[in-house]
Write a protein that binds this ligand. Structure first.
Ligand SMILES: [Zn+2]
Ligand SMILES: [Zn+2]
Length: 259
């Protein structure tokens, strides 16, 4: 009964073609043809060409007039669905905005952290540099003191090795005086000779040689980056699971919807 009532024949459709108004919908498949019917089997609106090509075997094809009877009383589910979708879309937009705001704050924190790391490293290197320079200064000071002391000791020998004392004694003293002076000078010379011999091992040539820490020398070669930032992704409940787990085959239209 129902089927007889609802099925529209191609002839009936052809008769109605001329009654189309300007506001009618054009068929997306057939340029210039107006949508005139609705196929329940395919849940699709169709023009006369569509019916000929794709809906000949369909059990429930109605004219738009038939399909739209009492439409105003059947809109509630659609309105409900649209409201739900709107709420859903709004909450996703809000969530994306919140996420963007959070990311902006996090980016600031991350950059601060990068700066802090650089400053800490710089300070650490400055501390090491200061320490090394202090050690060099200290080494230089004590070595200089040592060399000065050695020079001083030998200067002492040089100034005390008074040949003039002997000359004066020879010119003005008695043989006894000369003998005693010569004796004292000879003993003094022996002592100085022993001293010089003992110091010969200590009279070394000194040169500085800098040995930088191997790791620091290779630092620029081995360390190619300060680090990196990665994105951690966690699932949210913004989009309810019944949307998420929609069959993949339904997703082929997603691109078209968004265009
Ligand atoms: Zn068509
Ligand atoms: Zn059909």
């Amino acid at each position: 009964m129902l089927m007889d009532h609802t099925i529209v024949t191609l002839d009936e459709m052809r008769k109605k073609t001329k009654q189309m108004a300007d506001t009618d919908e054009l068929c997306s498949q057939h340029g210039g043809k107006y949508v005139e019917a609705f196929c329940d089997d395919h849940d699709a609106i169709c023009c006369i060409e569509c019916i000929t090509e794709n809906h000949r075997q369909c059990k429930m094809v109605r004219t738009l007039e038939q399909a739209s009877l009492d439409i105003k009383t059947r809109l509630d589910p659609l309105v409900y669905r649209m409201n739900e979708l709107e709420k859903q879309a709004v909450s996703v937009v809000e969530d994306r905005k919140t996420n963007m705001e959070d990311l902006l704050k996090q980016k600031k924190d991350v950059l601060t952290e990068v700066n802090k790391t650089r400053t800490d490293m710089q300070r650490y290197f400055e501390t090491l540099e200061t320490k090394l320079k202090e050690e060099i200064a200290q080494t230089h000071e004590s070595l200089s003191e040592e060399l000065q002391l050695q020079a001083h000791n030998f200067e002492h020998i040089f100034t005390n090795c008074r040949k003039r004392v002997l000359t004066a004694s020879v010119n003005y003293g008695s043989n006894r005086d000369i003998f005693l002076t010569a004796f004292k000078l000879r003993k003094q010379c022996e002592l100085y000779k022993i001293y010089i011999r003992s110091q010969s091992e200590n009279s070394l040539r000194n040169d500085y040689s800098l040995h930088m820490n191997e790791i620091i020398k290779k630092f620029t070669n081995q360390i190619k980056s300060m680090g990196n930032v990665s994105i951690e992704q966690k699932s949210t409940n913004i989009v309810p699971s019944f949307y998420k787990y929609t069959r993949l085959s339904d997703c082929k239209y997603v691109g078209q919807i968004l265009v």
